[in-house]
Every structure is written in structure tokens, then in C-alpha cells.
Design a protein around this ligand. Structure first.
Ligand code: HMG
Ligand code: MG
Length: 286
């Protein structure tokens, strides 16, 4: 990868829309993903194969995947917490599956109804089946910078989950600030700890923007050598199991920052702005 290239993973169709109270029609999700594909993203998080009782908004993952126009060169990802999710993801033809754990015990229980150790045991068959089917495997580490239930999360806890995810054979690992409490200093510390366990080039920053820290945390991560970031078109989102947490950093703002810093993304900002207007209108947001 060129030193000036930054990979931006668009997570709006999943992390962004999962938190919308009104059920977003499948056709809107498909149209949004098609617009984002056309804007040139190499990776779009398109769906979640989780329990529809836990996250009703994501219940139409199979229909979304069947409806989209696949752009050659774009990977379409989906969240898969267990084997049931993996089987659905395989049937839907996703390119990459995402196992999602947490660095906080309390959040693990609230989000996926099991302890961190149990989640790792549950992810193991998912990871090996994903690999056996030639899928790319990504892992997300939630609450890496703080937890809505337990508060402080030690850096050592993040490093331990990153190590566990590496042992499962993950190709990429996301360091997620689920509730947006990270500061540049803490982000540098966590990225440093994570990169002792996993190649820095395959670590990503997934920053929610609850307190407006996300872009500062992106800059801190860039300084720490991180070159993959997640963002959500129009800054949509939040986590249904992290009350009060707002959306991911807005893709438009992230692209603008990277562009102004002279970094390449290969993404058409103008098309992203149009997609942001489209989805904001569709979900009734400004
Ligand atoms: P559970 O209740 O312990 O699971 O939930 P279970 O195995 O006992 O199954 C209960 C029911 O769910 C059964 O149905 C299963 O069939 C069904 P019933 O017999 O009652 O009719 N079920 C499923 N259905 C569809 N797809 C599946 C599936 N699995 C079970 N894959 C479970 C455990 C993990 C399933 C549940 O807790 C869950 O779905 N959690 C998902 C929560 C979620 O999606 N949270 C948001 C995404 S994470 C996030 O946003 C953070 C991230 O952005 C990074 C960051 O910012 O931190 C990634
Ligand atoms: Mg998130």
C-alpha cells in the first residue's frame, strides 16, 4: 500500500442505520449502498446477521445483499456473532465477515449476551469456517477507549482481546471507541499496545463522535501509523447497546480532513455528499 493511501471503510449502512428507530426500507439501504459503491469505497459494511430480536433494523441483511449492485474491487462486509450469522452471511455472498468482541466484560454481556472468554470460544468456529470458505475475516474490539457500563478500560484488556483475535486468524482488527470518549493521548496509547499484538498496517480506527473527538483521534492514529479508518455517511449511527453514543465520524468530514492532509483515498467526496443528503432525507435527519 502506498504510504499516502488511507483505506476508508464505510460503515453507515450497518453501524449508521442499525440505530435508527424507524425501520428503514430495504430499498433505501440498497440505494444507499449502490451510491457508496459508485463513490469508490473499497470496503462497505453492508449488513449484520445478528438476532432480529436484538437488532430489528438489520433483519433484512439477506435482501440487502441480494439487491445491491456489486462494484468490482469493493468488499461487502457483514457482522456475524455466531455460526448462525456466518451461515446467513455465506448464503448472502458477503466478501468479509466481522466478529465483534469487546475489551469490557460489561459491554460484552450487554451487546452479545456472553463474557469475553465465551465470545472468543463462539468466534473460533466462525473464524475457521470463514477461512475455509475463503472469506476475509475482520474483528472489532468494542469499548477499547472506555465503556458505558464499567467506565475505564485498561489498555492491557484491549491488547489481550487483540491477541485473541490474531490467534483466530483475523486479517484486520478494528479498535473501536464505541461511545466516543477517547482522547488523542489515550488513542496513541491504545494503538501502541494493539500494535504490539497485531501488525499496525492491519489495525483500524473506528471512532464514534459523541463528544466531537473523532477527527482529533484520527490524526493521533495517523501519527501512530494507522492507515485504516471507519466512518459513516452523514455521521449516522450509534450502538443500540450503548445509550447516548452518537454516530461514527462523518465520512464527508473524514474525507475532507484526509484530502486536506494530502492523503489519498480514491473516493469521490462529491458523490459521498450526495449520498449523505439522500440518506439524511430518507431517515428524516438534517
Ligand atoms: P442470545 O439470545 O444469547 O442467542 O443472543 P441464542 O443463541 O440464545 O439465540 C436466541 C435467539 O436468537 C434464537 O431464536 C436464535 O435462533 C436467534 P429463537 O429460538 O428465540 O427464535 N439467533 C439469531 N438469529 C439470526 N441471526 C443470528 C442469530 N443468533 C441467534 N446470528 C446474540 C446472542 C449474539 C445472537 C445476540 O446477542 C445478538 O444478536 N447481538 C447482536 C447485537 C448487535 O448487533 N449489536 C450492534 C452491533 S455491535 C456494534 O455496533 C459495535 C461496533 O460498531 C464497534 C463499536 O463501535 O464498538 C461493531
Ligand atoms: Mg460502532
Amino acid at each position: 500500500m502506498h504510504a499516502d493511501f488511507v483505506k476508508v471503510v464505510e460503515v453507515g449502512p450497518r453501524d449508521g442505520l442499525q440505530n435508527e428507530k424507524i425501520l428503514v426500507p430495504t430499498g433505501i439501504k440498497v440505494a444507499l449502498i449502490d451510491q457508496l459503491s459508485d463513490a469508490g469505497f473499497v470496503n462497505i459494511e453492508a449488513a449484520s446477521f445478528v438476532s432480529p430480536k436484538w437488532v430489528p433494523q438489520m433483519a433484512d441483511g439477506a435482501q440487502v445483499m441480494a439487491g445491491i449492485r456489486r462494484r468490482p474491487g469493493t468488499l461487502y462486509s457483514a457482522l456475524t456473532p455466531n455460526m448462525k450469522g456466518l451461515e446467513a452471511a455465506l448464503a448472502a455472498g458477503v466478501d468479509e465477515v466481522v466478529i465483534f468482541g469487546a475489551a469490557s466484560e460489561a459491554f460484552s454481556q450487554k451487546n452479545i449476551n456472553c463474557s469475553i472468554a465465551e465470545s472468543m470460544a463462539r468466534f473460533a468456529p466462525v473464524a475457521s469456517a470463514a477461512k475455509a470458505h475463503g472469506l476475509r475475516l475482520r474483528a472489532s474490539v468494542s469499548c477499547a477507549l472506555g465503556c458505558p457500563y464499567q467506565g475505564e478500560v485498561p489498555v492491557s484488556a484491549v491488547a489481550e482481546v487483540v491477541r485473541g483475535m490474531r490467534e483466530l486468524g483475523c486479517d484486520e482488527i478494528d479498535i473501536a471507541d464505541t461511545i466516543g470518549v477517547g482522547t488523542p493521548e489515550k488513542v496513541r496509547e491504545v494503538m501502541r499496545a494493539a500494535s504490539t499484538e497485531f501488525p499496525r498496517a492491519a489495525l483500524s480506527g473506528h471512532f464514534h463522535d459523541t463528544y466531537g473527538h473523532a477527527l482529533a483521534n484520527v490524526v493521533a492514529s495517523l501519527e501512530a501509523g494507522i492507515r485504516i479508518f471507519h466512518s459513516s455517511v452523514a455521521g449516522l449511527g450509534g450502538c443500540p447497546y450503548a445509550e447516548g453514543a452518537t454516530g461514527n465520524v462523518a465520512t464527508e468530514s473524514l474525507l475532507r480532513l484526509l484530502q486536506d492532509m494530502g492523503l489519498e483515498t480514491g473516493i469521490d467526496l462529491g458523490k459521498v455528499v450526495v449520498a449523505a443528503q439522500f440518506v439524511s432525507e430518507a431517515v428524516g435527519k438534517r
